[in-house]
Write a new protein. Structure first.
Length: 316
């Protein structure tokens, strides 16, 4: 999916451990606490790792960490462990948190955070996913105002993601198309029956999401994400295609792709339809994106809280 908590934790730990090698011997220390931190199964409430059995390696002789010499150097293990603890406290790493859900839902700096309507008045490319409109686990409406010239038009209106996950809103041989690339395994397409005539047109894709949304992640619960919904494609107010998605992408699109308007950079969402950059040959007037994110009711919150308590106690 692109979202990899073990990699994020490894980077954090690497930053804290980078100064632990001592002159003369290149030591590496590894322990179940690190593997525990990399686990994605722990509760977000966990604050203490299990009992540790630390390992110690001399990388100048055992570069592949084959020979554990912790038993021969207990003082060195104790010293390096204390160094890690001191650095972790210094940079506020504790408590170690093995959760995924709570980390995903926690607020992060984002140009579109909290916005429910975004209006783009001109083409633009290369917007990072972190600042792109987030259309996962929610209802949304994307409306394009374009003017088709004499002779017709084609090209990308707007897209986010690429070959391995994402969506595209484009004209293909003059016909409006909305396409979801489901992890390069399935492509779900809505398409108008005929090419747009010359002149101004309003093309709209509306999606009604069935799930509870990202809010369930705050309770370490994934039940609200990746659910299905119904998409409807309209041209000048008239429905031209309706289709149901039984499932949706749950967490994130490709981090190395971008949000583009007016053309498609890097990779396309559907190689069978077009190849980038696929510039829009119609006149771009305006793109409006409205997001209607699900809100948990008090009853749903109570149920999720009860479920989290049961999980903490090991109750099925």
């Amino acid at each position: 999916m692109g979202f990899n908590v073990p990699i994020l934790i490894d980077r954090l730990l690497a930053q804290q451990l980078k100064d632990l090698s001592l002159i003369g011997l290149d030591f590496s220390i590894e322990s179940p606490v690190l593997r525990w931190a990399r686990s994605i199964c722990g509760s977000s409430r966990s604050t203490k790792p299990p009992k540790q059995v630390f390992q110690l390696y001399d990388l100048s002789k055992s570069w592949n960490q084959y020979e554990d010499i912790a038993a021969q150097h207990p003082d060195k293990v104790k010293e390096m462990r204390q160094l890690f603890v001191d650095e972790a406290r210094k940079y506020q790493v504790f408590p170690l948190d093995a959760s995924v859900a709570a980390r995903v839902v926690s607020p992060k700096p984002n140009l579109t955070a909290g916005l429910t309507e975004l209006v783009y008045m001109r083409p633009m490319t290369g917007v990072p996913q972190g600042d792109a409109p987030f259309l996962l686990d929610t209802s949304y409406t994307v409306t394009a105002d374009i003017t088709v010239p004499d002779g017709g038009a084609e090209g990308m209106i707007a897209t986010s993601g690429g070959r391995f996950a994402g969506w595209g809103f484009y004209l293909l041989k003059g016909k409006p198309v909305w396409c979801w690339n489901m992890l390069d395994v399935e492509w779900i397409r809505w398409e108008g029956p005929e090419a747009l005539a010359p002149g101004q047109h309003i093309i709209e894709f509306d999606f009604k999401y069935d799930g509870l949304g990202l809010g369930t992640l705050a309770f370490n619960n994934f039940s609200g994400i990746g659910k299905g919904g119904t998409g409807t494609l309209k041209v000048d107010g008239k429905v031209v295609d309706t289709k149901r998605m039984e499932k949706t992408i749950p967490v994130i699109l490709q981090w190395d792709e971008s949000f583009d308007i007016g053309q498609d950079t890097i990779t396309g969402v559907n190689d069978a339809d077009y190849l980038p950059p696929f510039p829009l040959t119609a006149k771009f007037n305006k793109l409006t994106i409205k997001i209607d994110r699900p809100q948990l009711s008090q009853e749903e919150i109570k149920k999720l809280e009860e479920g989290m308590k049961k999980a903490a106690l090991g109750i099925q």
